[in-house]
Design a protein. Structure first.
Length: 102
């Protein structure tokens, strides 16, 4: 679970990223989730965009994809979804999160 401070940090890092996946009128499926899992392992932080022809709510899509792929939902703003997951391999770890307050 991410703290507010960590989410703010990730939102700032994601600001300059371009969406690498698009969710269209077909919605989400296993293939999309598998591609997201592969990409997030290498990148740690990714953006998805929900196309205008998709009738599903972007917040629901974000929650569904995050749960299915084991990611943290950082932000849903408009039709853009930001996801984060720490890489399991040391060589891909680039993002250092601020430590949570205790």
């Amino acid at each position: 679970m991410l703290t507010g401070k960590q989410k703010r940090h990730l939102r700032a890092l994601a600001h300059h990223l371009q969406p690498i996946f698009q969710v269209g009128k077909g919605g989400t499926n296993e293939q999309l989730v598998r591609h997201i899992e592969e990409a997030i392992e290498v990148r740690e932080l990714i953006k998805l965009s929900v196309l205008n022809n998709c009738m599903d709510d972007p917040r629901e899509i974000g929650a569904e994809v995050a749960k299915a792929s084991g990611c943290e939902l950082v932000q849903v703003i408009g039709k853009t979804i930001v996801l984060y997951k720490r890489s399991s391999e040391e060589k891909y770890r680039k993002i250092e999160l601020p430590s949570p307050k205790r």
